[in-house]
Ligand binder design. Structure first.
Ligand code: FPP
Ligand code: ZN
Length: 324
């Protein structure tokens, strides 16, 4: 755990690499078992952090591919871990991992397209799985996955856009469903969605960027909604949104860099939600990705829509959908 006496002033790359490598061997930790349902997302977060730090090979490539391939279910979707039911979130993480490792042909792509297309409702929204929860997150996840697979034609895009626009609020932000309060996580999802489907003209850029830059607090950290505490993961949800809008300069970059660095564990690696808390791989990737968006030296550029290295997005021939 980070202590007040020892605060790192630079990115502890080697320690973070070791921390991520150690995650799969911590089977004695309660947290390992509590997070079993999202194991493949954990793998995506770890691999992406490693990739951005130029250490993609720190995980055993073939083992990772074999594991992800084993998660594809009969319905075409991917579960969070062995024998778990399919969910859109884990389907996107699986696709992101395989594309990062240049191994997407290892899975049945037509089947996964069918799974994703089947999640769309007649009003244009998406359910995360067969049980029916609707959320703007799932609209983003569906189009991000289809776009990575170059199969956006598999769904009704105009209907999907119509539904997302109903989640837009008067303060410039977006909620998880029509009428829900604005939240920075949903800002990222809805902007990422609109960027992918070429719909950014539906957004009032300055109004939304104003709501987003007001998320920065005096200590440099960003929160997800008014009156909430700062949290390193919002260095991603808020900053990627500002990046898609071309307004990263609206926040104090140096203060945010210092805040992210101060949330590192200076002994064992990893990044926490805020200084002094326990680290986890979720906050580690979003801290590293946030630093990348801030132009931190020695990191690969991250794509603000897909949260994968820009190099991978360029390799598969997708156009960057944002202005820096
Ligand atoms: C806040 O979560 C974040 C969100 C609501 C957005 C989550 C988006 C995805 C899972 C889509 C896939 C993401 C990527 C990077 C490809 P929270 O539940 O921690 O919010 P809280 O801080 O209000 O508790
Ligand atoms: Zn967080």
């Amino acid at each position: 755990m980070a202590t007040e006496e020892k605060v790192a002033d630079h990115l502890l790359t080697d320690l973070h690499v070791k921390y991520i490598q150690s995650l799969d061997h911590r089977k004695e930790d309660l947290e390992y078992w509590l997070t079993e349902h999202l194991r493949v997302s954990g793998l995506y977060w770890g691999l992406t952090a490693l990739d951005l730090m130029h250490h993609r090979d720190a995980l055993p490539r073939q083992e990772v591919i074999d594991y992800v391939v084993s998660l594809q279910r009969e319905d075409g979707g991917f579960g969070g871990h062995l024998h778990h039911d399919s969910h859109l979130l884990y389907t996107l993480s699986s696709i992101q991992i395989l594309i990062t490792l240049d191994a997407i042909n290892a899975i049945d792509i037509d089947k996964v397209i069918t799974y994703i297309a089947n999640r769309q409702n007649t009003d244009g929204s998406f359910t995360g799985d067969v049980w029916g929860e609707v959320d703007s997150r799932f609209s983003f996840v569906a189009v991000a996955a289809l776009s990575l697979l170059k199969r956006l034609d598999a769904i009704d895009i105009p209907k999907a856009v119509e539904w997302i626009l109903q989640c837009k609020n008067y303060d410039g932000g977006f909620g998880n469903r029509p009428g829900s309060e604005s939240h920075a996580g949903q800002a990222y999802c809805c902007l990422g969605f609109l960027a992918i489907v070429d719909g950014l003209h539906y957004v009032d850029t300055d109004l939304m960027a104003w709501w987003l830059c007001e998320r920065q607090l005096k200590n440099g950290g960003l929160n997800g909604r008014p009156e909430k505490l700062e949290d390193v993961c919002y260095s991603w949800w808020v900053l990627s949104s500002l990046s898609i809008l071309g307004r990263v300069s609206w926040i104090d970059k140096e203060k945010l860099i210092s805040f992210i660095l101060s949330a590192q564990d200076p002994d064992l690696g990893g990044i926490a939600d805020r200084p002094g808390d326990m680290v986890d791989v979720f906050h580690t990737v979003f801290g590293v990705a946030g630093l990348s968006l801030l132009g931190y030296e020695g990191l690969k550029r991250v794509d603000p829509v897909y949260c994968m290295s820009a190099e991978v997005i360029e390799r598969i021939g997708l156009e960057p959908k944002y202005s820096l």
